[in-house]
Design a protein around this ligand. Structure first.
Ligand code: BGC
Length: 463
């Protein structure tokens, strides 16, 4: 008995090591998207960039590259495997970072950021998939959520690094620091195991058994292996199969979650915080901008803790409702409806921070978790790749339109628009989102093949 519990504790420790190493990709995701806020102006100064379009291109290159990475992530994860796809992304992070920080022209900067972006898009799909496939059901939500935690730490680190190098405009080091986590990711991943699910998919059952033995109690290994083998019996599918009547609802759910994540307007805060706080009346908007990034990290820790207790649906309800209320309040304040004489800075600040809190405990991690749980093994790669495209496509759309919307509708009304999407999110959760907390991936799959409705995919399996 004592032997069994120490084995399963060792398994937990191993899963923690796996999630810490692979989540470094999330850190790079946050870092590479956040660092440009501080690096852009010194960089533009160095290369005497005048045109706004060139600046926008430098900023948007990561998102565009990420869209490319997301598109290719399905093929990469099923052909190379989960582990080697993450190793590939680490190499691309290294190459992109070197190219950007040593750039001798704007073209090299854009090329480097496109490569970095590709790595971000590739790993933002493969890491949640890998984490979900190696973790025991009881803690799977929390393990996948660590990827989101790493993103938030990356964003925060980027702000800190930016402020350290701001004084002497050292944009090369702002980018260059990213080389360290990229190297750690590369060398760390070399030592981690491949996903047992992918190994079974490739007929490498013995290797899969050895991995399972490391991550779960011995007596559970054979049953787990058998149900993975069963799920491999279903025909392998591609895009055509994915868009068939049976699987289309899954694509719709995962895709919509990412669309809603981005239409919450979260990145308007992370990409344009100083602009928003200036509008709210702060005299030092740059310093204030550090607060959302810190609240983001702290609240994500809470998210990890509660996601396997309250479940995906519970968190989605809390998140959508909380964000809707905060966005309405923020919009009202920016529209001058709270103080009477223009915006009250403190009201705006509190609404933004509460909004970040609700995002971080729910909509930050839940789409990554749900997309890694919904799809059956034989369609997981292509399904998750499709959902990831929504993440980057809509990220691009929102960041590209925020300033234009603010100058046409007004910034307050723009935030009201995002609030409407959060209300739709509540309806979506009620009607469609399954509760997958604590269920084995193979049980979710069995429900799907038994013809259950999407909303009921996480129900207990009838034997
Ligand atoms: C989103 C990113 C966002 C980040 C903020 C992630 O879940 O995909 O677009 O910047 O959360 O923490």
């Amino acid at each position: 008995m004592a032997g069994q519990s120490s084995r399963s504790e060792a398994g937990m420790v191993y899963v923690v090591v796996i999630s810490t190493v692979s989540a470094l990709a999330g850190l790079l995701f946050g870092f590479d998207t956040g660092v440009i806020a501080g690096a852009l102006e010194p960089l533009a100064h160095h290369f005497a960039v005048q045109s706004e379009f060139t600046k926008e291109l430098i900023v948007a290159a990561v998102t565009l590259g990420a869209l490319g990475g997301a598109i290719c992530s399905g093929k990469a994860s099923s052909r190379l495997g989960r582990k080697h796809s993450i190793i590939l992304s680490a190499l691309l992070f290294i190459a992109g970072t070197l190219c950007t920080s040593l750039a001798q022209s704007v073209l090299m900067v854009v090329a480097g950021r496109l490569v970095m972006g590709f790595a971000v898009g590739l790993s933002a799909m493969v890491v949640p998939m890998y984490l979900s496939e190696v973790s025991p059901p009881s803690i799977r939500g929390g393990v996948v959520f660590t990827f989101q935690l790493a993103i938030t730490i990356g964003i925060f680190a980027a702000y800190v690094i930016n402020s350290i190098y701001a004084e002497n405009e050292n944009w090369r080091w702002m980018f260059g620091v990213g080389i360290l986590p990229a190297l750690l990711l590369f060398f760390g991943m070399l030592r981690l195991p491949e996903s047992p699910r992918w190994l079974v998919l490739k007929n490498r059952t013995e290797e899969a058994r050895r991995v399972l033995l490391k991550i779960m109690a011995v007596e559970k290994t054979e049953a787990a292996l058998n149900s993975i083998k069963e799920s491999v019996q279903h025909p392998q599918g591609g895009l055509r199969e994915l868009f068939s009547k049976r699987f289309l609802p899954l694509v719709a759910i995962a895709f919509t979650l990412f669309v809603l994540q981005q239409l919450s307007g979260i990145n308007t805060i992370f990409y344009y915080a100083p602009t928003v706080f200036k509008e709210a009346g702060f005299s030092d908007p740059v310093m204030v901008s550090l607060l959302p990034a810190s609240v983001n990290v702290a609240s994500t820790v809470l998210g990890i803790w509660v996601v396997d207790r309250l479940g995906r649906r519970g968190l989605a309800y809390i998140g959508f409702a909380g964000m809707a209320v905060c966005l309405i309040l923020l919009g009202a304040d920016l529209n001058g409806m709270v103080g009477g004489h223009g915006p009250e800075p403190l009201v705006s600040l509190v609404s933004v921070l509460c909004y970040i809190f609700f995002f971080a405990i729910s909509l930050g991690g839940v789409p990554y978790i749900v997309m890694s749980e919904l799809f059956p093994l034989t369609l997981r790669s292509v399904g998750m790749a499709t959902a990831s495209c929504a993440n980057w496509g809509f990220n691009f759309l929102v960041s590209l339109t925020f300033l234009t919307l603010s100058s046409t509708l007004g910034m307050g009304t723009t935030f009201w628009l995002y609030a409407c999407f959060m209300v739709l999110g509540l309806v979506f959760t009620y009607l469609f989102l399954p509760e997958t907390k604590g269920r084995r991936l193979e049980d979710i799959e069995a429900n799907l093949y038994a013809g259950k409705r999407p909303r009921n995919l996480g129900d207990p399996v009838q034997q």
